[in-house]
Design a protein around this ligand. Structure first.
Ligand code: GCO
Length: 476
């Protein structure tokens, strides 16, 4: 980006957000990472999710989602008692936010559709105003040369479906097919990049097993059922996309953490294998045609009883890409009294590395290890890192947010991705979580993941040093 462009940008979005030139020069001339090292087809972008940024929770016919319900009726479950009613007000500010992406040279934006905005009751009546909103967002992206990458489901199930038992009800397979059918018919003419789910290993256990996310259940039976139904919905959703969208590029995303045992005590080594089966393989393995990882995670036998005749054939799907989402590593030790998994994490602060505002260990080598682990699957398609990033407390000084720790984090993780790529791993893209600070689920607005800062009182956007670096990096 030229100096003139910076001036224009900072005047538009945040008076005085220009970094002193010497600092900017230092940030961009580390001489270590070059966009071209990753190849010209490598996809670069940033990611967001509907509930975390849109706001307008009940506007223009939108139905209630489980996150609307959870934050309104179980306020104590959100550390700051906040909610996404307004969030980043993206519903009204999408145009200027997408213009900002364009000005930062961000080539792709990963975002999700709020199911209850297009189908307020989850099935049946389509809400035209909801469709119109995503039409405007997609058209604006295309106009600004920002490729839209859509996640069908990023955790905000319509509450009307939760009242019928949500993902624990096997009917969810047909509800989901109907929803994916609606959005792909409406938007598939312009959107080619689709992801079925965002992180099943987060929303299923957090929502059904430990109850800290919507819908807030602590119920083993619902957890096992929801796990199998969500596995089934991977293929079900992907087949609908394939059917409706010409030249679709279809993926789905999985959260993962490199796992180490606390020490080489045999009980802890086995605990690490169990943790890997639970955290990294419970959803990925059946989707990749390996079935549930029952050998390393015996609790899977409770899932297997929900498998119906014919399911096994439908569980795998030949995705065009697998989205890898990684933030941190886990070090585990055996603890028999913890149900299902029988392990606990060694607290990140005891591991001797820097930790983020989420309490997560900064461990860049972990992403390299995971890329190698994924690449070892037979038939693994291209891997795209669909989320990586860090929350650190930001301070604004003279209108600038000099987020050096976040910037270093991104560079260090990118170096590990490049190393894996140079060793032959088929990794084809990288999306930073997140484009801008947003509502971080049960943590509220406190953790800040954006490369663009947001003042939630004024909705002022300020490009952070990390955002300026990314922009420079992209325009090399
Ligand atoms: C997730 C999501 C994002 C989060 C991000 C930081 O997996 O939790 O995809 O919604 O905000 O991962 O926690």
């Amino acid at each position: 980006m030229t100096r003139e462009e910076w001036l224009k940008l900072s005047a538009t979005f945040s008076a005085g957000s220009l970094l002193p030139r010497h600092l900017l020069a230092q940030l961009i001339s580390d001489g270590e990472l070059k966009r071209s090292d990753f190849g010209k087809d490598f996809v670069w972008g940033t990611a967001t999710a509907a509930y975390q940024i849109e706001g307008a929770w009940n506007e223009d016919g939108k139905g209630e989602s489980i996150w609307d319900h959870f934050t309104h009726h179980h306020k104590g479950k959100i550390k700051t008692r906040e909610n996404g009613d307004v969030a980043n007000d993206f519903y009204h500010r999408y145009a200027s936010d997408i213009e900002l992406m364009h000005q930062l040279h961000i080539p792709a934006s990963r975002f999700s559709i709020a199911w209850s905005r297009v189908l307020p009751q989850g099935t049946g009546q389509v809400n035209q105003k909801g469709i119109d909103f995503y039409d405007r967002v997609i058209d604006k992206c295309l106009k600004e040369n920002v490729a839209p990458w859509i996640t069908c489901y990023h955790w905000d199930l319509p509450q009307a479906l939760e009242e019928k038992d949500g993902w624990a009800n096997r009917d969810c397979i047909k509800w989901f097919e109907e929803y994916v059918d609606v959005i792909t018919r409406k938007f598939g003419d312009r959107v080619k990049n689709w992801m079925v789910f965002n992180e099943p290993m987060a929303f299923v256990p957090l929502g059904y097993l430990v109850g800290i996310h919507a819908p807030g259940h602590i119920n083993f039976s619902k957890f096992y059922k929801a796990t199998h139904h969500v596995v089934m919905c991977h293929g079900a959703g992907a087949r609908v996309i394939r059917n409706n969208v010409k030249e679709a590029h279809i993926g789905t995303t999985f959260s993962c953490s490199h796992i180490d045992a606390k020490n080489d005590h045999p009980g802890n080594i086995k605990a690490a294998a169990r943790a890997d089966a639970f955290i990294n393989r419970l959803f990925l393995d059946p989707v990749m045609g390996r079935g549930y990882p029952i050998k390393d995670l015996p609790a899977c036998k409770h899932i297997e009883k929900h498998i119906q005749p014919g399911d096994e054939k439908l569980m795998p799907y030949d995705f065009d890409f697998i989205g890898m989402q990684n933030y941190s590593r886990m070090v585990v030790k055996k603890l028999a009294l913890i149900p299902i998994i029988h392990f606990v994490n060694v607290p990140a602060k005891k591991l001797g590395h820097d930790i983020t505002d989420m309490g997560w260990e900064v461990y860049p080598e972990g992403i390299y290890q995971l890329l190698k682990q994924y690449a070892a699957y037979k038939n693994m398609p291209q891997i795209i890192v669909t989320e990586n990033g860090a929350a650190f407390p930001d301070t604004m000084v003279n209108g600038e947010i000099n987020d050096t720790k976040r910037l270093q984090f991104i560079k260090d993780y990118l170096k590990q991705i490049l190393k894996a790529k140079q060793e032959g791993v088929n990794v084809g893209g990288y999306f930073i979580w997140s484009f801008m600070d947003n509502f971080e689920w049960a943590e509220g607005y406190r953790p800040r993941f954006g490369i663009v800062g947001v003042d939630f009182k004024t909705q002022q956007r300020t490009v952070k040093a990390s955002g300026k670096w990314f922009s420079e990096f992209l325009s090399q």
